[in-house]
Design a protein around this ligand. Structure first.
Ligand code: ADP
Ligand code: ZN
Ligand code: ZN
Length: 792
């Protein structure tokens, strides 16, 4: 028997399967998807078992040295998926396998095994554990073989020893270390120590916290420890991040007609186990989530599992609460706010089948379910579903692949579907389901667009138009709540010299430095460069160097200046960086501790508070000015999302959008809540511009410290592409990127537009391989982005 192994070496040349002999004693233990350690040249490295072949190999092989898991982390589906991604995403297999796994099971972390029921294990195996723990790297193959049945029965459980950063969370405790209690008590003089010892003797072990609560000071406890009657230990804390909360049980709602129609169609695909893709287009508040919840309930009834993806910022406590309220402990939640250990716990719950529903952000699309009955991508238009770092992938593509593998339906839901998805629905590739009314039957909020140019002409130089200002005052008086949205994209604060117009730029990148008020520093968001804010203009020495652009902090100050009775909660990167801060701020707002919620993109989604009657968008058009073909679409989506925060209950909602481009179609269609109108108009521009969904795009970006090098290689890249592509495709460029230099690397791009190119993948793979070598030799780098979300 031999194994095909992907080795953990980050190099193009080894991006293939290597054969290793399976030593006799491992034959019964090994399964596909386990990680092993193998000899590789002079080194020992980790690898994944991709295939086991029950035959003799025709060459003598090196042997697998030892194994890293007793139960495989990856199942056959994920291994197959990794092969598909390697072939279609121009990514190394090892890189793909790596992103599938939670960070805690990567690299240097060892598996540990914990003896949960010491009384149930055989006497021969018991000594193997110390304090009921054993590390896998100390076990022989025979030991492992003997332990495996106990793991199946849950007598021994698996965990990772997370060495760095996030250890398994522990709490301090003491355990009893005396065998004869009476003797021990006789030797003690203090009554307090006596009763303390008796209590711990009875309990076996107690946390220091519990002891303190019982009135035993650390002096008492430490005295007993010094006498060796107690022993200090660390015990594992339960890491479930939601454990302190009780979730109110929530039951199904009676569906409205449109919801019922959608539900019935999806239900049929679930029952028939067909891989049908539904585009659920429903305005904000139309009850899409209720449809998700009820279809998931059906999937669970069938004994299957469901995967629900939401954008990171939509993973609000409110959203999680709705799922926990409906499905309780069957829900695993995965988002970036979890520690490494918490994340691994959620992953393990899924792998072991304890969790049947996973609600999570992008990378949860790899959740190791065996028996998926439904996959949902909420807010399917969101750019955050695309991973922008290598290996690049779009969660939607992965979801569709998995839906196909499991023969299960996939729901793409949105109030503002991407043009790509809506066009597919129009063509009948996806099945369109539409919800046009709000589920709670309250009217959609009315929208007012204010022309800020008129305000300026009328002498109002403030951030707040007359209309918005009086509406804010009105709501404050009525005791209602307000959401104010500041669009931050393309709107950072920078310094400008009023005398010569100089803007301080990053010395390493062709981009202006961003001003950070908190530290009074200028920072580059691309290379990390920072410097103190200059007192005078570096160019002309003038003292009139000022901050331009406006940040949330500044707006908060202005609100307090302008509005009496305002109480602001500000949500931006600064106020939410601490773990749990996001949740706490929303909780405060919910409890009416403030009447204004001021924030950036992160407040655009998922909030559902009944007392919000006014939404103000302070600057609707900053995103319109970005040099990207999706800027109108993004603006339309964002305005629609933000508007959806108002009037979610019996009080009428109102939205005020401030803009310098009131006639812009993206703003007008958002005002009228007219997705279809926007879709038609935007499609006509995409057609003229030869952009998606009419054409596919590929963006090749290449860079080097020497501009000449970049220009030279760009000819080679350009020519290679021309040689492989048909005349119906377009190869645009090479041209400097919008940010032409980052970290002293000159950056150029080539954009390919095509409808169908069977040879393209081959050409791109060739280029990727070729420039991988070039990168090693002279640091010339090429990155290939298939279906880019951004062209900048
Ligand atoms: P969406 O996901 O489309 O924004 P939600 O599912 O969050 O919409 O529904 C909006 C509000 O309407 C929620 O408060 C939800 O509880 C309520 N709701 C949804 N469906 C129904 C229904 N069939 N009957 C009554 N209330 C409903
Ligand atoms: Zn100057
Ligand atoms: Zn920089």
């Amino acid at each position: 028997m031999y194994a095909k192994v992907v080795v953990d070496v980050n190099a193009k040349r080894v991006d293939k399967l290597f054969d290793y002999a399976v030593p006799e004693q491992l034959t019964d233990i090994l399964t596909v998807g386990m990680r092993v350690v193998v000899p590789f040249g002079p080194r020992k490295i980790q690898g994944y078992i991709i295939e086991l072949v029950d035959e003799m190999h025709d060459k003598p092989l090196k042997s697998i040295l030892h194994i890293q898991d007793m139960t495989p982390e990856l199942n056959r589906e994920l291994i197959q998926l990794s092969e598909w991604m390697q072939q279609t995403h121009i990514a190394k297999r090892i890189a793909v396998l790596d992103i599938m796994l939670p960070r805690a099971v990567k690299g240097k972390y060892h598996k540990v095994y914990r003896l949960e029921e010491p009384e149930s294990i055989s006497d021969e195996l018991y000594p193997m554990f110390s304090q009921n723990i054993v590390r896998i790297n100390t076990l022989s193959a025979d030991d492992i073989k003997a332990l495996q049945p106990y793991i199946k029965d849950g007598i021994v459980t698996e965990d990772v020893e997370v060495k760095q950063q996030q250890k398994v969370k522990t709490v301090k405790a003491v355990e009893c270390n005396v065998s004869n209690l009476d003797d021990a008590l006789d030797s003690l003089r203090s009554d307090k120590q006596k009763s303390c010892l008796m209590m711990i003797y009875d309990e076996g072990m107690l946390t220091l916290k519990a002891l303190k609560e019982q009135g035993y000071s650390s002096a008492v406890v430490n005295g007993l420890v010094a006498k060796n009657m107690l022993k200090k230990i660390d015990i594992e804390d339960n890491r479930d991040p939601y454990r302190h909360r009780d979730f109110v049980q929530d039951s199904k709602k009676i569906l409205r007609d449109e919801q019922q129609t959608a539900y019935t169609a999806i239900r049929q695909a679930i029952d028939e186990e067909t891989h049908e893709v539904f585009l659920l287009h429903g305005i904000t508040g139309s009850g899409k989530t209720e449809v998700y919840l009820q279809t998931i309930a059906d999937v669970l009834d069938k004994g299957q599992s469901a995967l629900m993806l939401v954008p990171e910022i939509a993973l609000t406590p409110q959203m999680v609460e709705r799922f926990k309220a409906r499905f309780g402990d069957l829900v695993a939640v995965m988002h970036s706010g979890l520690s490494m250990g918490e994340r691994y716990d959620e992953w393990r719950k899924i792998r072991k089948g304890e969790a049947k529903v996973c609600v999570g952000a992008r990378s949860s699309v790899f959740a190791p379910f065996d028996n998926l009955g439904l996959i949902i991508i909420d807010e399917e238009h969101e750019a955050s579903y695309k991973q922008e770092d290598y290996p690049r992938y779009h969660a939607r593509d992965i979801a569709l692949w998995r839906g196909d593998y499991h023969h299960c339906p996939v729901i793409l839901g949105s109030a503002t579907p991407s043009l790509e998805s809506y066009a597919r629905a129009e063509k009948g590739v996806y099945r369109l389901l539409t919800l046009t009314k709000r589920a709670n039957q309250f009217p959609v909020p009315s929208v007012n667009v204010v022309n800020m140019r008129d305000e300026l002409a009328a002498g109002n130089r403030s951030m707040f138009s007359e209309v918005l200002a009086s509406a804010i005052n009105d709501r404050i008086q009525k005791g209602e709540q307000i959401v104010l949205f500041l669009n931050r994209r393309g709107h950072a604060q920078f310094l400008l010299c009023r005398d010569c117009g100089h803007v301080p730029n990053c010395p390493n990148c062709d981009i202006s430095l961003t001003y950070h008020k908190a530290t009074d520093e200028l920072k580059c968001h691309y290379c990390g460069h920072k410097e103190h804010k200059p007192l005078t203009c570096p160019n002309c020495d003038s003292e009139h160097i000022r901050e331009m652009g406006i940040g949330t902090q500044k707006v908060e100050e202005l609100i307090y200046q302008h509005f009496e009775g305002a109480k602001v909660i500000r949500m931006d990167n600064d106020t939410t960086s601490r773990k749990g801060a996001h949740e706490q701020l929303l909780e405060k707002f919910k409890n009416q501790e403030a009447n204004i919620l001021l924030g950036t993109q992160m407040i655009a989604k998922g909030l559902d508070f009944p007392n919000i009657t006014l939404v103000g968008v302070l600057n609707a058009d900053t995103m319109l000015n970005l040099p990207d073909f999706r800027s109108s679409e993004r603006t339309f989506q964002l305005l629609t999302q933000v508007s959806g925060r108002a009037g979610r209950a019996d009080k009428e909602g109102h939205v005020i959008i401030q803009t310098y481009n009131p006639e812009h179609y993206a703003i007008q269609y958002a005002k009228n809540n007219d997705f279809l109108g926007f879709y038609r108009e935007e499609m006509s521009y995409r057609k003229i511009g030869k952009y998606p969904p009419y054409y596919y795009l590929i963006n090749l970006t290449f860079s080097h410290t020497d501009m000449k090098e970049v220009l030279l290689e760009s000819k080679h890249i350009h020519q290679t592409l021309l040689n492989h592509l048909s005349p119906s495709s377009y190869v645009l460029g090479p041209a400097p990127c919008a940010i032409a230099r980052i970290n002293n690397q000159y950056r150029f791009q080539i954009i390919i537009k095509f409808k169908s190119e069977p040879e393209l993948l081959k050409a791109l793979t060739y280029l990727d391989d070729y420039y991988y070598d070039q990168f090693v030799k002279n640091k010339f780098s090429l990155s290939i982005d298939i279906n880019p979300q951004m062209l900048m």
